[in-house]
Write a protein that binds this ligand. Structure first.
Ligand code: TRP
Length: 456
């Protein structure tokens, strides 16, 4: 398949596509609840440090691999290493992660769809904050309803990817990403007026060392990888669509800062509410669905605000889900010569099937002994498997590949092409060779109990 590779129409289009895939449930749903569970403060700082010093250099590394090889993930590793080498396995590991993420991503997005519907019928009317929050608990334990919305969301995702991504979704994701940002800023402004605002800010930013456990660091790293879509070959694929005149370091800095700003904005909207209305910060993954409707219910024009917010949430989730399915399907098309429709339907159906136990986690409709056996329900087990292990491991190998294995002439050529930040090359190389691998390795060793930082 040596057709002329399509490239991004404009630099703005590239930024928006990368941002569209990056900004999704990770920023709006996952960042706040994981921060809550890990005690805020120091966790947030580590997350930001991980994004800046590991995430951004690695993001550049993935773009460099992709633009040099002009292939998708698996093919890129193969192209840039010797024939028959095992590096392509790193690409496959990434594809596997995307597939696993998609399975439960669709379940959460389905909950989002359910909240669009709930907002339209104004479910929060005449209900106390506690009652509004308990609606999510009911949803969570009603397996069939979760399953229904999971199915609908996956069908929409399949429908979009089946038709091709560029025209429809890319056009819309530009508009919707901007709309989301505007709405989020508006909500944030509103939450500054709440009593719990300063307490919320303190929770997010005050580093309380007493509450910190070093093992949270791997979670912060996993979250940084998840939100920047790293360690799955997706950014490699995006890099392959870049032009040689595009600035790789600058792109990585822009995306990294956007992800940080939007995550913080979401957290700074949500935590003041938690403290104002007496919820618990460690509420878990239902957090966004439980707290925001309480805020909406108090606002003027609640019908409009609430429905708009959840519609935008579903759309950002859709732009991410579409990318996830595309990564998986594209590799089957490349490697087994499947037709597009066959690849999309089979990958989508498989992700739906794997998502069923996640959708039924709350009702324990299937694998009811899972939690007892493995300590976490199915949904959280898959998420932990991906975020705590697969993404960091894949990131580690990617850093090693770019730093040590890739031909140094090709590496420097690709870095310099189109950039005005050429003076940062040696600093970047130092990070990708030493800092990123060492930090990831350290955190993995700590998490697996081989070393214990607390004891040093
Ligand atoms: N980054 C996305 C989010 O924050 C989720 C995600 C992870 C993703 N990996 C991806 C999206 C790959 C698209 C492609 O929600």
């Amino acid at each position: 398949m040596k057709t002329q590779r399509e490239h991004w129409g404009s630099y703005f289009g590239l930024i928006m596509a990368a941002a569209g895939s990056a900004i999704g449930l990770g920023t709006l749903w996952k960042f706040p609840y994981v921060t809550g569970e890990n005690g805020g403060g120091l966790f947030v700082i580590i997350y930001i440090v991980c994004t800046l010093f590991i995430g951004i250099p690695l993001f550049m590394g993935e773009l460099i691999i992709g633009r040099k090889a002009q292939r998708a993930a698996v093919g890129s590793f193969a192209e840039l290493s010797s024939p028959g080498s095992n590096w392509r396995a790193v690409g496959w590991l990434g594809v596997l992660s995307s597939f696993l993420i998609l399975s439960y991503y669709s379940v959460v997005s389905g909950w989002g769809l359910n909240y669009v519907f709930l907002s339209l019928v104004q479910f929060y009317q005449n209900r106390t904050p506690a009652e509004i929050a308990s609606v999510f608990d009911q949803l969570y334990v009603s397996g069939d309803i979760s399953l229904f919305w999971h199915l609908i969301f996956m069908l929409v995702t399949i429908g979009v990817v089946y038709q091709g991504v560029r025209k429809g979704i890319e056009y819309w994701s530009r508009i919707l990403t901007v709309a989301l940002l505007v709405l989020l800023i508006g909500l944030f402004a509103y939450s500054t007026s709440l009593d719990g605002f300063s307490q919320g800010l303190r929770f997010i930013f005050y580093p309380d060392f007493a509450k910190f456990s070093p093992s949270s660091a791997l979670e912060a790293l996993g979250l940084a990888f998840f939100t920047m879509s790293l360690g799955q070959g997706i950014i490699i694929t995006y890099g392959s669509y870049m032009k040689h005149s595009d600035d790789i370091p600058r792109t990585a800095f822009i995306i990294g800062s956007m992800v940080i700003v939007i995550s913080l904005l979401a957290a700074m909207t949500i935590f003041p509410m938690i403290f104002s209305f007496g919820f618990q910060p460690q509420e878990g993954f239902g957090l966004v669905f439980k707290t925001l409707p309480v805020l909406f219910a108090q606002m003027p024009g609640s019908l409009l605000v609430s429905s708009t917010f959840f519609i935008l949430l579903v759309f950002t989730a859709l732009t991410s889900a579409v990318a996830l399915l595309e990564v998986v399907a594209a590799n089957f098309i490349d490697l087994f010569d499947w037709s597009r429709s066959k690849a999309v339907w089979i990958s989508g159906a498989a992700a739906f099937l794997l998502g069923i136990p996640s959708a039924l986690s709350g009702s324990q409709g299937i694998f009811s002994a899972w939690q007892e056996l493995y300590g976490k329900n199915f949904f959280l087990t898959i998420d932990a498997l991906v975020s705590t292990w697969l993404l960091p491991l894949c990131g580690l190998f990617t850093a090693l590949f770019v730093g040590w294995r890739m031909d140094s002439v090709k590496r420097i050529e690709e870095y310099l092409s189109g950039t005005r930040l050429s003076s940062l090359y040696s600093i970047w190389l130092f990070f990708i060779r030493w800092i990123a691998p060492a930090a990831i390795l350290l955190i993995i060793l700590q998490k697996s109990g081989i070393i214990d930082i607390d004891k040093f």
